[in-house]
Design a protein around this ligand. Sequence first.
Ligand SMILES: Cc1cc2nc3c(=O)[nH]c(=O)nc-3n(C[C@H](O)[C@H](O)[C@H](O)COP(=O)(O)OP(=O)(O)OC[C@H]3O[C@@H](n4cnc5c(N)ncnc54)[C@H](O)[C@@H]3O)c2cc1C
Length: 373
Amino acid sequence: MELSLTPAQEARRDAARAFAEQVLSLRAAEFEREERVPQEIYSELAERGLMAVNLPEELGGSDAGVVAYALSMMEIARGCASTAVTMAVTNMVGEVIARFGTEAQRARYCPLLAAGRHGAFALSEVDAGSDPGAMRTRARRDGDDWILDGTKQWISHGDSSAVLVVWARTGEDGPKGLSCFLVPEDAEGLVVDKHEDKMGLRGSHTCALAFSDLRLPADALLGEQGAGFPIAMMALDGGRIGIASQALGIAQAAHDFALAYLKQCPERAAEQDAQFLLADMRTRLAAGRLLVLRAALLKERHQPFSREASMAKLYATEGAFRVTQMALSLVGAEAESARMPLERHMRDVRVTRIYEGTSEVQRIVIARHVLSA
Ligand SMILES: Cc1cc2nc3c(=O)[nH]c(=O)nc-3n(C[C@H](O)[C@H](O)[C@H](O)COP(=O)(O)OP(=O)(O)OC[C@H]3O[C@@H](n4cnc5c(N)ncnc54)[C@H](O)[C@@H]3O)c2cc1C
């Protein structure tokens, strides 16, 4: 497998890095304090082609591929994890609509997302997180229309999205009875709750949603009726590359801070435990990055990548959590201070082990692939 980057991939990564260094890392603490990332930030990401990295140009995307997407995500998350999660989910939603949508659905929504409006991915419910087959939200037919009733939980930027991809039960119990719908932000019957008071990603809003007799036209169905579960699984396979990249970006920021600290503190840098921590951090970051780029390259080449995406997410997110902890150990008591970015990185990185499939779910996916090969 080739590991060298093309000039176009390097250029995309460098553009994301410059924006992260010049804007995001300077404002991430402010976004957290204000509990919001201003829309202008997403417009600026869109101008750099980062809200639809892997969408074709005719839909407003930059058609830069999955490797460029992963590299850009690492850089943006290094600057601000809250900004990165919205970039990740919006890119994923754009890809789902581009892949499964009709021409009219693609034309209506993809250019909006590419221009910086958000797209939400509404799968999880209170009792249906790791197991979407337990979902209770229902969609029933009324003439040609669909009527949605139910609730969703933990939906990233559910309160600022132009379009929400919503899963609902249209048939039998279990995963086979699920379908997928495109719900515009102004749909009557869509109620968005206040955003959660979270440990990390505090600049990103995470909301509960309720659908009460929400009427949708027949053409709101995304893909075939009953195909909701495979659509969700395919979307999450790709999404996992994004979240693995996000985790590595956060951990890289923690590593960079600890390294700068060591360079200013020669006594600490001379200690063997500090050197071992630094060596372990660098090794885990490098290994995570290789796994992510392998999965990204397979997806870009339209080869099977589900197992590799789960391996990348499992290793990168668990490793990123550990690297961030090690950065705190290197710096010592001062790292706990709310004035230091390290405590934010520690809170931000935790959720990467949970959303888009917990580490246990990744292990289940990997083991199934291995046993069925
Ligand atoms: C900040 C944030 C943002 C989110 N954004 C979104 C979003 O935009 N869209 C969306 O749809 N969802 C979103 N989620 C939800 C997220 O995807 C779920 O929280 C996640 O899938 C886990 O589901 P759960 O919380 O219901 O935990 P559960 O599924 O109840 O799992 C609880 C624990 O049990 C373990 N477990 C579950 N099943 C098994 C099993 N079979 N074997 C072994 N262990 C198991 C899990 O690994 C976990 O440790 C978000 C969550 C957070 C915290």
